[in-house]
Design a protein around this ligand. Structure first.
Ligand code: 1HE
Length: 262
């Protein structure tokens, strides 16, 4: 467990074999993200054992996260604000571009910085109760936890603009439709679904997962000729791994599962 200076752990970490479950643990403040919580997340990411192959990021209480801890804003100078954002970026980068994929399990409010955090995950499962908003405009502030980059990459500049201007809130079904969520499940069924997906993710060859996490976002930002070169290089490296040779041989010898609808 990782804690702030008080004895209350702001983020809980437990490992179940190859799966690490990280939970935001500030339900009384609706998991508002303080700098201490960002640092607690960072410490948890740094403590994962080598056996971990996938993270499930979830939250205690009725809401995933109410976003930035607004009590940190009034005393902050402009310079401190820049460093505050950059502290979030460092940890969020560590999550998105880490060693292992992250599956976010979302319920209740997923707003502001909570949505920015969810956008770092590689797979998002939304329970029916989940709702998504960017109320920064209403609070007189702006995205500061990478949302203008990460959320915009998920749903586009136009939707983020409209959400921020009008205070629009998307529900779980909307989120699935526009690409904020990959799966929706009934309330209470999220952890089962997340663990089922985690088992599939953990079953992949490690180098394949690494290539997916680290090169797809890079290739998406490269000109086509660079992207194709990057792809050919990472494809060659990935398929040269012993794990790839074994898996391909297993398929050719009819020992591996076929692709089938779920
Ligand atoms: C908070 C925060 C917070 C709750 N910072 N303390 N985010 C927002 O603008 C969302 C603000 N929060 C809400 O709209 C609501 O709290 C919820 C819809 C999420 C939940 O409502 P509810 O009725 O269950 O809880 P509540 O009574 O509003 O809040 C319970 C407590 O949590 C209360 O404190 P208490 O001491 O009076 O018990 C609230 O003050 C506290 N609380 N949300 C601080 N966000 C890096 S840039 C990102 C920019 C942003 O994220 S902007 C979006 C900020």
């Amino acid at each position: 467990m990782s804690s702030s200076s008080s004895s209350v752990p702001l983020v809980l970490l437990r490992e179940q074999g190859s799966v690490a479950i990280l939970e935001l643990n500030r339900p009384d403040k609706r998991n508002a993200i303080s700098l201490a919580m960002v640092q607690a997340l960072d410490r948890c990411l740094g403590r994962l054992s080598p056996a971990v192959k996938v993270i499930v990021l979830a939250a205690r209480g009725e809401h995933f996260s109410a976003g930035l801890d607004l009590s940190e804003i009034p005393e902050m100078t402009a310079a401190q604000g820049v460093h505050h954002s950059r502290a979030w970026y460092q940890v969020f980068d560590r999550m998105q571009f880490g060693r292992v994929p992250v599956i976010a399990l979302l319920h209740g409010a997923v707003v502001g910085g909570g949505l920015e955090l969810a956008a770092c995950a590689h797979v998002r499962v939304a329970e029916d109760s989940a709702y998504f908003g960017l109320p920064e405009g209403q609070r007189g502030i702006f995205l500061g936890g990478s949302g203008s980059v990460r959320v915009t990459k998920l749903i586009g500049v136009s939707r983020v603009t409209e959400m921020m201007l009008t205070g629009r809130v998307y529900n779980a079904d909307d989120a699935l439709r526009i690409g904020l969520a990959h799966h929706t499940v009934p309330a209470g069924a999220g952890m089962t679904k997340a663990l089922e997906l985690a088992a599939r993710v953990a079953g992949n060859a490690e180098m394949s997962n690494f290539a997916i996490l680290h090169t797809l976002p890079l290739i998406a930002e490269q000109p086509m000729s660079h992207g194709l070169m990057t792809e050919s290089l990472i494809a060659a490296i990935t398929q040269s791994e012993p794990a790839a040779k074994e898996r391909v041989q297993a398929f050719l010898a009819k020992r591996a599962a076929k692709v089938a609808p779920l």
